[in-house]
Design a protein around this ligand. Sequence first.
Ligand SMILES: Cc1cc2nc3c(=O)[nH]c(=O)nc-3n(C[C@H](O)[C@H](O)[C@H](O)COP(=O)(O)O)c2cc1C
Ligand code: SF4
Length: 681
Amino acid sequence: MTQSSDPLLQPYQLKHLSLRNRLMSTSHEPAYSEDGLPKDRYRLYHLEKAKGGIALTMTAGSALVSRDSPAAFGNLHGYRDEIVPWLKRLSDDCHEAGAAVMIQITHLGRRTNWNHSDWLPVLAPSAIREPAHRAFPKAAEDWDIDRIVADYADAAERMQAAGLDGIELEAYGHLMDQFWSPATNLRDDDYGGALDNRLRFTRRVLDAIRERVGTEFIVGIRMVADEDWDKGLSREEGVEIACNLANGGQVDFLNIIRGHLETDAALSKVIPIQGMASAPHLDFAGEVRAETKFPVFHAARIADVATARHAIAEGKLDMVGMTRAHIADPHIGRKVMEGREGDIRPCVGATYCLDRIYEGHEALCVHNPATGREASMPHVLRPSNGPKKRVVVVGAGPAGLEAARVAGERGHQVTVFEAAGEPGGQIRLAARSPRRRELIGIVDWRMAQCEKKDVTFRFNMLAEVADIEAENPDIVIVATGGLPNTLFLETGAEHVVSSWDILAGDAAIGSNVLLFDDNGGHPGMQAAEMIAASGASLEIVTPERFFAAEMGGLNHVPYARTFIEAGARITINSRLAAVRREGNQLSADIGSDYSERIDCRTVDQVVVEHGTLPLDEIYFALKPGSSNLGEVDYGRLVQGGELFPQANPGGGYQLLRIGDAVSSRNIHAAIYDALRFCKDL
Ligand SMILES: Cc1cc2nc3c(=O)[nH]c(=O)nc-3n(C[C@H](O)[C@H](O)[C@H](O)COP(=O)(O)O)c2cc1C
Ligand code: SF4
């Protein structure tokens, strides 16, 4: 085989370790751990990336070195010996598939909660509150430091015993760099003050680790080289630390971070989401590489292959992290190698993945439901061995498009009816916001994949039963979505408009608007964002304890910024009770679940978001003619087997309803519905 000239596909030599290309996934905790251990789910997740051509997968979102660093989001327990055999299996499997495996280890310091696991007090260099986890740490004592240094060495030894190719120390926002930063280190002992003192803990940790693992084992550091914070670590000091570490002979690579993690707003600069700049810190990482002349890795919203290639070609990085990009498509390397870049499922920056772990869930990709479900959901669909079926899909929103794609990949003959002139449904609506425009990638990628499988689309076609039956289908999949629900309002539903009306531009925005959000997700917030941007006076009312309850911390940031800057009023714990017309104004009654008190607002527009009601007429019309009468065996859906009971043997086709046509949910649920139902068609 001739060697590719693609900069991304060039091998990289890190000490004795040969990496097959320049693609890596930086450490990230998907919260797939079970009992703090990387069991099968964890292993299969990383193995998929190894099979997909990645050169290096950095496991763990910081395996914890000490018990008094309780997991903040499902972190692995690096302080337990039981982790070794699980990691050994993971690394053996990934090695067999051609990828190197390392692990990030850390002590979280103050960046965690004290009120779970072993209920040990959280510590930090100084007793300064950490706002993101609400910890009030104690200042680390001499015996704490000795103990934690030893814990690092023990953990490193475990990782070496597990056959991993190396470790990476986490030093941004965690204990190690909490010692570096003037914002978190106010000590006046040997560990505070001059930079040399602030580096003492790091030096002790590195000495202890090297003593235990020797000089050959790869040890890197993921480090902040500029906290971009007036009271934090400056660029000058950060780069000085990088040079110091590079020249110190104890670390083998630097993985560069710019920014700090004090708040969600700060975190969103380190890990930018959709609508924010692409690769904002790439040039900075390149400057650190130039100054240190040392191997430099980096990740921060390098979501597409062209930018990654540029990073390598221009000598900015040695290894390029495409972390969320691999969550969206673990097969990037393979597709680049095969000249199929166009087939890469794009990371659209939705950051559903990361926001979920901060809400106590596991990381899931908004439009790749196979990620994290490798044991049951395929990333690569193979053609069916069975007979070719005629599949009719009604609706070309996310659920319908995914069903069409999957059925097409399975080799079936697929026809999609769509009432609108374009595909995408609610995603097209959401992508009207410039900030969320990238979401259209979810639609465009599926359309391109469907085209390759000769899926037929009939747009502007409101399909009737006769149209569908004329296709003589073996299976009909109803994915017609829903329409905004305004009927929950007992008095005044006729006076309100929905968030969709605002998003679609069907309703002109008023000048004094009350938006009632009883959903907690993007639709209401996006409408509110448009209203705020229009200059209208805005009050957001929600029955929840905080606004946008279904939204994670990072997606919260741009909304909160907009609302604060626009001076929008946010009223929690309150429920829209009734709306009445009063002249050319509307009078809105606001009650709550907590008291009988009713407040009244006078506005010129009331916008409501209360999810959707299923558009299910066609489903119920098709039901009598189906062989399963629409029934699905949920037990078999989860465990495998024939999904559709023969409830009506005389029926002509199997009938399935998915996505919001069943009930109001989200993009991930719609696409997961489609994949899980159609993967075995
Ligand atoms: C679900 C998730 C969990 C993460 N957890 C960690 C972590 O524990 N340690 C870490 O250094 N970075 C963590 N990150 C940050 C990633 O390593 C990476 O820096 C970030 O996603 C930006 O790179 P990307 O734009 O290529 O995704 C996490 C990211 C995600 C999406
Ligand atoms: S959820 Fe969004 S940001 Fe996360 S991997 Fe998927 S597409 Fe990318």
